[in-house]
Design a protein around this ligand. Structure first.
Ligand code: GRG
Length: 299
């Protein structure tokens, strides 16, 4: 097994183990726990926890302080998937290879499961802050990055722009709109995951600037490859119904530029992301490999 795969397995394992602990605390109504746990335990790549833990390792930060943030990121991400799948939004029947949350628990509990994961993420972060704020003076910056990235100027703003773009033509005049949707809906949470990790170490201003640059390019790469996989992927890898973007003529990289050009943009964006990591030298090897992996991903 490669060093990259070993590291990824390690990150996923420690995040999963901690998420399991968080899901088993007393006091959560049983029906709510089952609905939350159904989606968070359904699989998923755990990309955002991997980004937080990798950024923490890269900067020599505190793993103990980063772990609650990594789990909070996964909870926020999972809430967004549950809500996005609901009939009032994207109306998807499958997620992570299983029936989506509202198909299993009904719309009321799907809504509450999403609300529960979002608010629990913030409870977990604030509880961790009681322990780590003194040892890690930038812990508040990490939590702020997560709040901003997931909130009304980040992911939620991107979702609003996405839902308002249904009747927008897939032409060059709307390229800026597409960039806004991608950087906010997908990129903001990815950037926040990286910032959270880097803020658990003693990062210099130039390192923070570099990780922001990497996060923006990597987030865009991740979404372009998502658009490509909507055409070229399969249900087994992606765990969701594909082909919807083409059927709905949705504003995506593939519909705007065509498949071949989208692949070129993805390659250039991956190069740009790796360039941003230069100052971290070999400490950034994991993030470089992750970037190559994402460029060629099938899931
Ligand atoms: C409901 C406020 C709100 C936001 C929803 C996440 C999202 C925003 C919408 C889901 C649809 C979508 C294609 C979003 C782009 C982000 C994305 C590619 C999500 C899937 O992330 P992965 O591939 O999923 O990391 P896993 O299951 O592996 O965690």
């Amino acid at each position: 097994m490669s060093v990259f795969s070993e590291k990824t397995n390690e990150y996923v394992m420690i995040a999963d183990a901690r998420i399991k602990e968080y899901m088993n605390v007393s006091g959560i109504p049983e029906v709510l726990r089952r609905a939350m746990d159904y989606s968070i335990s359904a699989g998923g790549k755990r990309l955002r926890p991997c980004l937080t833990l990798a950024a923490c390792d890269m900067i020599g930060g505190s793993r103990a302080a980063a772990l609650p943030l990594a789990c909070a990121m996964e909870m926020i991400h999972t809430y967004s998937l549950i809500h996005d799948d609901m009939p009032c939004m994207d109306n998807d029947d499958y997620r992570r290879g299983k029936p989506s949350n509202h198909k299993m628990f009904g719309e009321t509990f799907a809504l509450l499961a999403g609300d529960g994961l979002l608010s629990y993420a913030f409870e977990i972060m604030l509880n961790a802050a009681r322990t780590y704020c003194e040892k890690v003076p930038t812990y508040t910056d990490a939590m702020y990055a997560i709040a901003e990235g997931s909130g009304v100027r980040g992911m939620v703003a991107g979702q609003v722009a996405d839902l308002s773009s249904n009747d927008v033509a897939c032409d060059a005049a709307n390229a800026d709109k597409l960039a806004y949707i991608h950087t906010h809906k997908t990129g903001a949470l990815i950037k926040a995951s990286l910032l959270a990790g880097i803020y658990t170490g003693n990062a210099k201003a130039t390192e923070i600037t570099a990780i922001v640059k990497f996060g923006e390019a990597y987030g865009l790469l991740f979404q372009i490859t998502d658009d490509i996989l909507d055409v070229e992927g399969d249900f087994k890898g992606m765990g969701k119904t594909l082909g919807k973007d083409a059927a709905q003529q949705k504003l995506t990289y593939v519909n705007l530029y065509g498949l071949d050009k989208a692949k070129i943009v993805a390659k250039n964006t991956a190069d740009e992301a790796k360039c941003a990591l230069e100052q971290f030298a070999e400490a950034a090897e994991y993030l470089r490999e992750l970037t190559d992996n994402t460029l060629n991903r099938k899931k």
